[in-house]
Design a protein around this ligand. Structure first.
Ligand code: CP
Ligand code: NVA
Length: 319
């Protein structure tokens, strides 16, 4: 079976079940699609236009637009189903939604509050299901992050260290797994009580130890200055995720020392880049000054959502 064939018909619910080889297949294909996109070459139309149903329980700019544009560029179509449109699990059950959608469309993406909802969709659909962000993971973001790091640093692997500053949330969970799979070191600084789910940390450590190369460092600390030492990539995300709006003020106090600002960036390697999954809350988790200084990699990272998702869908559908 060719490397690309391994994706055919598969779902992407969690990055945990995806091998380093399968991640690289998506990154390589995304890089190829990116060149095609840049050269304005026509992408071959699939013989029959494919349809993506996008279920959103939460807002989105990047995920929605990159999927819609990507499906159009692949000669297909995306249907946006807004929060409240279908009442996933309230108007009808998640398995019933999965079964009906499977008869009309070719692939489903779902942005959900509970990770179990996307698992249940995948269990009951007969077509691939993509996790477009849950409370536990954001695997689509990890593909774009890895492609961006590979573009800026030349390759992925043991020579690189990613430092994450902030909340131990869905984005950090996915980065822990992604770095461990690609053999990269990751050091995260989170306030006491706001670290990642221990199961994700344990899984990342296990993956790191089972790799063939040197063992990358996977650690959670509370001191940003300690985490940032020798960092090649600095990464942050909002302090209050979607669904945690009522905690925003309390979190702002706890997280104040966990801001990526000029002083912290200067403690990393001199050629370090800063990434942010976006949306960013300037002057909270990142200063406007740092956002502007690292606008190029941060916006490349957003662009790469398009290419990696096109690659993923093409591979899943065998286009
Ligand atoms: N990074 C990300 O998923 O952005 P959206 O929430 O705008 O989709
Ligand atoms: N952790 C953030 C990521 C947004 C892309 C959230 O879940 O809201």
């Amino acid at each position: 079976m060719g490397a690309r064939e391994t994706w055919r018909g598969r779902s992407l619910v969690s990055l945990k079940s995806i091998s380093a080889e399968d991640i690289t297949t998506v990154l390589d294909y995304a890089a190829e699609l990116k060149r095609t996109h840049r050269d304005k070459l026509a992408v071959a139309r699939p013989p029959y236009p494919r349809t993506l149903a996008m279920l959103f329980e939460k807002p989105s700019l990047r995920t929605r637009v990159s999927f819609e544009a990507g499906m159009a560029q692949l000669g297909g179509h995306a249907i946006y189903l807004a929060p409240g449109d279908i009442g996933l699990g309230t108007r009808e059950t998640v398995p019933d939604v999965a079964a009906a959608l499977s008869r009309w469309v070719d692939v489903i993406s779902a942005r959900v509050f509970k990770h179990e909802t996307v698992e249940q969709l995948a269990e009951n659909a007969t077509i691939p299901v993509i996790n477009a962000l849950s409370d536990m993971e954001h695997p689509l973001q990890a593909f774009a992050d890895l492609l961006t790091i590979r573009e800026y640093k030349g390759s992925l692997g043991g020579h690189l260290k990613l430092t994450y500053i902030g909340d131990g949330n869905n984005v950090l969970h996915t980065l822990l797994i992604a770095c461990a799979k690609m053999g990269m070191s990751i050091s995260a600084a989170c306030p006491e009580g706001y670290g990642p789910d221990p199961a994700y940390l344990e899984e990342a450590i296990q993956i790191a130890h089972s790799g063939s190369g040197g063992i990358p460092v996977i650690e959670i600390v509370t001191d940003p200055a300690q985490a940032v030492k020798n960092a090649d990539v600095l990464y942050t995300d909002v302090w209050a995720s979607m669904g945690q709006e009522e905690e925003k003020a309390a979190r702002a106090k706890v997280f104040a020392p966990y801001q990526i600002n000029g002083m912290l960036v200067r403690k990393a390697k001199s050629d370090a880049i800063v990434l942010h999954c976006l949306p960013a809350h300037r002057e909270e988790e990142i200063t406007s000054e740092v956002m502007e200084a690292f606008k190029a990699p941060i916006i490349d990272e957003a662009e790469n959502r398009l290419h990696t998702q096109k690659a993923l869908i093409s591979l899943m559908l065998g286009l």
